[in-house]
Design a protein around this ligand. Structure first.
Ligand code: FAD
Ligand code: UDP
Length: 367
């Protein structure tokens, strides 16, 4: 290892790995990337299981973006397939499209609405809220109470441990309501999955002579022994500051993998179970990768209150607590905070990448 690094980057997810790559190849900086897990890739990490099927270790990760620069960037490290994400949800024993669309309503209610008739119907059932203040308002103000209860209320409670009226609007706003038969989960103009998987993509991103990667190491354990000028930090912000303003709340998840002796288990990659079971969804990753295999592996996602921090809590009191950390972060001129955990925001992969690209762009301008 060199004597001195220009940057210590903490965390080998998208925020950390893309920052490291840009610093190394664009600015010719020497970077030490420290990751506490046994692998690179952060939550997007995937691997071949015992059956030989490529699966996502930390839940389904689908790539989608409207940022042209992010799309060009990821594809410069490997080819992407043309996978477009489609999700179904199991309501009243029926497997229906989610986001709610014309097909969903007609199939659930036994109707033959046209697009115009559906709009007119929602006008009659929607609840007129004076101001959209929470995640319940987002939904009931468009589709009313019945659809809210069937599709959102219980799923959200399982996922977050609280009902939508306690969560910021940004949570359920992620899911559009459609009047036509478009059943894509995301409307983004760029969608696809890395053909060789995310782990291989990360290997290519980090394959640079200026980057040294160490895994299985908490960055605090190297602070004394390694010399560096600046830090890019992508771990939990409260941990960085030794929880000086208290522990921030996070939601966690556990995953139960099952391999089945059938080519496909379900018709699409993800089926949600809003009202039954303790898990929220079943994911079958062969749909993402188009992998040919006589067996298939599915994963059930169980939300958990304790465990690895995956989701910052999108609640007002948590945001206020985070703001206290953000103020501490602003005082540090040689530490940059990026990504889902360090900025305590519900970012998608492309947003984490975008942040890293923009951050290194800003660092470059300052030099
Ligand atoms: P992470 O990927 O979490 O990387 C942070 C890294 O820092 C981790 O590897 C962690 O181990 C490491 N670290 C933490 N503390 C330390 C420390 N003290 N020392 C050293 N290393 C440390 N996004 C999408 O775009 N599409 C999806 O379909 C999607 N599905 C998701 C499903 C689930 C279940 C979850 C949890 C997230 C999903 N996301 C999805 C979001 C996606 O995972 C994040 O946007 C992305 O991982 C953010 O990258 P990041 O680098 O900020 O964080
Ligand atoms: N949601 C829901 N029912 C669904 C899908 C989503 O209630 O069938 C709500 C839930 O609160 C979830 C949020 O919408 O957390 C955002 O969904 P998304 O699929 O974006 O969540 P992710 O799995 O990416 O965290």
């Amino acid at each position: 290892m060199p004597e001195r690094y220009d940057f210590l980057v903490v965390g080998a997810g998208f925020a950390g790995s893309v920052s490291a790559e840009r610093l190394a190849s664009k600015l010719n900086k020497k970077v030490l990337l420290v990751e506490k897990r046994g692998h690179i890739g952060g939550n997007a990490y995937d691997f071949y299981d015992d059956a030989g099927i490529l699966v996502h270790k930390y839940g389904a990760h689908c790539f989608h973006t409207n940022y042209d620069d992010v799309w060009d960037y990821v594809r410069s490290f490997g080819e992407f397939n043309n996978y477009v994400h489609r999700v179904r949800t199991c309501v009243d024993g029926k497997i229906l499209p989610i986001p709610i669309n014309l097909t969903t309503v007609n199939a659930l209610m036994g109707k033959q609405f046209s697009e115009a008739e559906l709009r007119a119907y929602f006008e009659t059932v929607r609840i007129r809220v004076p101001e959209v203040k929470n995640s319940r308002d987002v939904v009931v103000s468009v589709v009313g109470e019945y659809f809210y209860e069937k599709f959102f209320k219980n799923y959200t409670f399982k996922q977050w441990g609280v009902y939508p009226d306690e969560l910021s609007p940004e949570v359920t706003s992620r899911i559009p309501i459609r009047y036509d038969t478009d059943d894509r989960y995301f409307s983004d103009k760029h969608q696809g999955m890395p053909k060789e998987g995310f782990f291989k993509l990360f290997e290519k991103i980090l394959n640079h002579k200026n980057i040294t990667v160490i895994t299985n190491t908490d960055y605090k354990d190297v602070l004394e022994s390694v010399k560096f000028d600046k830090i890019i930090y992508t771990g939990p912000v409260d941990y960085f500051f030794d929880h000086m303003h208290g522990k921030l709340p996070y939601r966690s998840q556990s995953f139960e993998f099952e391999t089945h002796d059938t080519e496909y288990f379900q018709e699409v990659a993800v089926v949600n179970y809003p009202n039954d079971f303790r898990y929220t969804k079943i994911t079958e990753s062969k749909h993402f990768t188009y992998q040919k295999h006589h067996q298939t592996t599915i994963v059930k996602e169980y939300p958990e209150a304790e465990g690895e921090p995956y989701y910052p809590m999108p609640m007002e009191n948590a945001r206020k607590q985070y703001e206290r950390y953000a103020k501490e972060a602003e005082k540090l001129k040689t530490v940059y905070f990026a990504g889902r955990l360090a900025q305590y925001r519900y970012y998608n992969m492309d947003q984490a990448i975008k942040q890293a690209l923009d951050l290194v762009g800003t660092i470059a301008k300052g030099e």
